[in-house]
Design a protein around this ligand. Sequence first.
Ligand SMILES: [Zn+2]
Length: 552
Amino acid sequence: MTYSRTRIFSTAILTSALTIGGALQIFGQAGSPRDVVERAAAALGGRERLLAIRTLTIEGYGQLAYQNGGGNVTSSPDAPQKWINVNEYSRVIQLEPLRTRVRQRQVNDFVFAAVSGMRGTTSTQALDGDIAFNIGANGNAGRAGAAAVRTRRMEALAHPVAIVRTALRPSSRLSNRRSEGTRDLVDITIAEGDTLTLAVERGTSLPAWVSWVGPDANLGDVVYRAAFTGYGPVGGILMPSGLNTTIDFRNIVQHKLHVDRQAVDASTDDLAAPPALQATGARGAGRGATAPAAAGQAAGGRAGAAPPPPAPAVNATELAKGIWYLTGSGNSTLFEFADHLTLFEAYGSEANARAMFARARALVPGKPLTEVIVSHHHFDHTGGLRAAVAEGLTIIAQRGNEAFLREVTSRPAKLFPDALGAKPTPIRLKLVDDHLQLKDASMQVDIYRVVANSHMADGLLAYVPRDRLLVQGDLFDASWEIYWWGSSYADNVRHRKLQVERDVPVHGRVLPYAEVQQAIERQIANAEKLCASVADAGLSMRGCPVKRTVID
Ligand SMILES: [Zn+2]
């Protein structure tokens, strides 16, 4: 539709709209929200062609920002980003009703603890209406958590054809047309209640990007913006060859996709959820520490409201007088001082952290919980940070994380409220440079900066001299298959002249130090074996050859 024809057309509509209420909603006018969508539909190949499409197939490869940018060696915005390579990517989108299936192989482009992460893990994730499910290698489907429903719906709509086609539905409400530079923006509220913003380039009328908000345990509300470039003809419509999703946390590129094949109405598998799944309920949802997803719990233009997940069970084991090991989804260690309690780590999620806080208070009812020590800044380890700040707890952290801690705890959570979103609270910080001793008549805990560790440069460990306990996050985990931090653990023990008897980890279980050393040796040998197998295949892998020391 040309500009002048649009104008004539809409003038006529404007006249009749005086008597026919709602006509504007149906047919649009130049400058109306619907006009923006209609122009985009015309540019993509025409309204009728779009409405006739059943499925899109998009294949390629890309990268994913590990932990949404929260898994790097430090929390600095200048720290090099760790990527997960996305290989063998294939997405099928059925447009009406909306169903989608993504198959991909994710390979760490950085070293970590599972062989499968280094070799790559193939997964198939699907969505059919309000049923999210995963398909295993054996072809069996299992229902995914309620949080996955919304995340997968948003990600399926992060494609120009999918979002414009959805916007054309009579059930979609269009509003708030505005301009931003060379683009026209319009909000699209879909039948499920979610609102997305579509930006259309004025010169070409092609969609430039679509954005939406999602919840994050560390970041509160996160704005995702999927940008589309490199449009070309496919099956009578235009499809982009580059898709790039950024988030409003440091403008990190959260997902990149390079398309190398795509098709319209290619024959595909049946995308419907297996009937057996339709009878089963979704597993408990929650704000995952690393996943950019959680169930919507609040009203206000969003869908997918799900019951809050049950509080994680926390077991407590007394390790020594006034010291308890709290095991949940990620473990914390509780120290009883003369007049207060201090917790090492608020791991995983708001739900896990709150369960830990509650257990701590129940163990020692007479003393307030006042402090949380953060081992390091990785997003799984800071998943309970916002909850801790909302409760007014003082955060003890290595100084290198100060700006990061202030940044993430001052982000809003309005659309997806969490504890801190509901009660914005300034963070109280106690910063550690190299050593901080917490000591009173009841307890002494020495907090040291972690040295010689390639996983974290601004981390902390805690040591209890009386009981010779070393409390740590990610220095060692008995369940790791492979170990890449060389002699980091022993280096820290030697550097601080500690007499460690037992290791008290955030991940894993309490072990005698001698067993830790043996396990690390086994894990290093496994890493060496993995590197050898990769070299035998004529390939290379991050971290190979394995380093026995991190610093000399
Ligand atoms: Zn970590």
